[in-house]
Ligand binder design. Structure first.
Ligand code: SF4
Length: 349
């Protein structure tokens, strides 16, 4: 039986046509699932009774099941471990920001990129997520917020996985979540983060979707970046920054560069100067992220004065930069940590 959760209206129209169901029913079903949170055909009261009785014999509607939930002490961050039909789990995070509710979406179960500071990659990648599974992450949280008359306002594709390595499903998900029969989230409220997969950046540039591109740099020289992010050996720093520059010029959208600050590793004045030189003249901004200590690695966040010193150097070079507000450190907010804990406790590793 096919799970239709995650199909677009045109895809559902095709299914309807093969079953001799009028095409307009596809949009009704989609609106029930994606806008009203229906998880059964029985709830779809504007469908004829006979159709409601027939549909469960050919289709299922499968969302994601929440296995565990953690809430930060300040109440701003909630993290969920969600399980899909085949037992695969991913982490999804809700961040309650002053300007709205933001969801951090995982695009793969695990990750193959091998970034040295990231817990998501410790066990490699299990599989790509489908568009429907990414949608299930967001709608799970949207349904939870509905109870308090709120909704999901923004998305960041910064959970586990490299979105560009699951490009087609990610694009299908973005189009789905933006659709008027779904959450209708503006592309401008969506940030897609990549470790610097240049062919993906070039493809995205031509899609005509005004999403914000965020590129993870984390080092301002190739030697250190290759140590922190092995993908740098394939797509080196200057080529990645050049692809980001082109993306900005083509789309007229400001590119964000992510830079995790690790005490004594990449946070010196010289590092800041090198970073400024790399980005000079670009429509870009830098997001500085003091590292969330990762139990499996031995790194610490820099003291405040070192963070401020790094920021001042960038400002001297007129590079727009901000230090990301710490969210959810008390619930192991670094991506992949909770999933790893779950896998270890359940004996998977
Ligand atoms: S930081 Fe992102 S790209 Fe790198 S290993 Fe973690 S999930 Fe993958």
């Amino acid at each position: 039986m096919e799970n239709i959760f995650g199909l677009s209206v045109p895809e559902m129209e095709n299914r309807c046509a093969s079953l001799r169901i009028p095409a307009y029913r596809a949009r009704q079903i989609a609106e029930w699932m994606y806008k009203k949170g229906a998880d059964s055909f029985e709830a779809m009261t504007n469908l004829p009774k006979a159709l409601r009785a027939f549909l469960p014999s050919v289709f299922s509607i499968s969302w994601a099941e929440c296995v565990q939930r953690w809430d930060s002490v300040d109440g701003c961050t909630s993290k969920f471990l969600l399980r899909f039909e085949d037992g695969v789990t991913v982490e999804t995070v809700l961040m309650r920001q002053p300007y709205g509710n933001s969801v951090c979406v995982s695009t793969q179960a695990g990750c193959a990129m091998g970034c040295a500071f990231c817990a998501s990659t410790l066990h490699g990648v299990t599989r790509d997520l489908t568009a429907g599974e990414m949608l299930a992450e967001v709608l799970f949280i949207n349904e939870m917020l509905r109870g308090s008359d709120q909704r999901v306002d923004m998305l960041v594709l910064m959970g586990s996985g490299e979105p560009m390595m699951n490009y087609d499903n990610v694009l299908a998900f973005l189009r789905l979540i933006h659709a008027d029969y779904c959450l209708n989230i503006s592309y401008r409220n969506i940030t897609l983060s990549t470790s610097g997969i240049i062919p993906g950046i070039e493809r995205l540039k031509k899609e005509g979707l005004p999403v914000t591109l965020s590129i993870s740099l984390h080092a301002a020289n190739d030697v250190l970046r290759s140590e922190l992010m092995p993908i740098n050996r394939k797509y080196p720093l200057r080529e990645v920054v050049a692809a980001g520059k082109e993306y900005g010029e083509y789309t007229k959208r400001r590119v964000t560069y992510e830079y995790i600050l690790i005490n004594g590793v990449n946070d010196s004045k010289k590092d800041a100067g090198n970073l400024a030189n790399l980005l000079r003249g670009q429509l870009a901004s830098v997001n500085l992220i003091p590292i969330n200590p990762v139990r499996e690695r031995n790194w610490e966040r820099p003291p405040k004065d070192r963070i401020n010193q790094f920021l001042s150097v960038l400002e001297e070079f007129h590079i727009t930069a901000t230090v990301r507000r710490e969210m959810g450190a008390d619930i192991q907010a670094a991506c992949g940590q909770l999933r790893n804990q779950h896998l270890t406790e359940s004996g998977c590793f």
